[in-house]
Design a protein around this ligand. Sequence first.
Ligand SMILES: [Fe+2]
Length: 436
Amino acid sequence: GLELVAYDSHITFSQHSSERGTAFFCTLSTPTPFKIYKLCRKAFILKHSSTSGRSSTQTFEARLLHIESRPGRKWKNNGPDLEFFMRSSDVLLISTHNAVPWFPKQIKDLDRCNVLITKFDPDLDHGHPGYNDSEYKKRRAAIVELAFRYKHGDPLPTVEYTAEETSTWQQVYQQLRSVYPSTACRQFLDSLQQLEEECGYGKERIPQLRDVSAFLKEKTGFQLRPAAGLLSARDFLASLAFRVFQCTQYIRHPSSPMHSPEPDCCHELLGHIPMLANKEFAQFSQEIGLASLGASDEDIEKLSTLYWFTVEFGLCKQNGAVKAYGAGLLSSYGELVYALSNEPEYKPFDPEEAAVQPYQDQTYQPVYFVSESFEDAKMKLRRYSANIQRPFAVRYDPFTCSIEVLDQPARIQSALSQMREDLKTLHGALEKLGSS
Ligand SMILES: [Fe+2]
């Protein structure tokens, strides 16, 4: 079932295979033997739709064994066309060029970025502490339903947490808060203090996504949207490109306050939110998101591993000591203490290496990557993403909350002229400083 599409618009092909070999039929609107000869030496280009539904172009090469012509069965341009019968040697596949996977271009497209990975759900994961607790699962499902119904632009849903849920939060908060001063990085501690002062963070109550999102928006432009559970890496990373963080709202099982196999509100609110309130880190997160747009499945796998060893389990140097900035660490007492003990192996952060490092999603990590600083991590990441194979570059337009695909000179020109205006403003500011 291969359909041949010629590189030359004047030629169309069909392909037939039999035990004698593969034959290509071609019809020429302006028949010239020269074109056929040229064609024989060139690779054939075949287009076919694969079973995954993504279109791809494959380039094949074949040696022509036989060619003959006859009057065509169809009439075109008031005259008969010539049909050429060709027999070739085996067709060899030279390359496959997959079409760019769909990605969100506007912030409202994130309504479509909700593919869930359900292996750690309490319904499916035997190791989940709530696996046999039907009451817990019912409650979790009710909160998850709010995320399923959410559409971009809706007010963020609020949850009336029960006394039991608040008590779980309280235990987590107290336990972690007591070790943060000696384990968490400076940026985390600064933001947490602001969250406590300005956003109602504390052990008494679980913060609402609506309040936290408003707080983040003011600090770094990040905003939240409710997530129904662990998302696919492609969808989760894509939302970061828009400075949107997809956030679960249910809480872990009360029997296990220090650990949850899946993301829950303790993980998001304590692990992620303080870091997303830091400008440098927010930029770093968005860069990973932008690098993921339209990337191949293989590159998404690498980027999500990179995300794992930085945003989730990253360590960084500060004043000669190693501190945690990863949300997976800062929301799990056991692993936080373990990661900063002498036991695990440390490696200097190198995106190439981190992207292919095997990781653990069931127990503690065997190895952690230590960054010199966020700025250093961001520069290295930028260099890494520049090598991701994509036929275009992307840029986020904060005015329209959309992704600009820079694949045409005119678009690049307009982005450049905008940048020139910004530079003029900065230059003017410097001059004013100099003359005062
Ligand atoms: Fe996370």
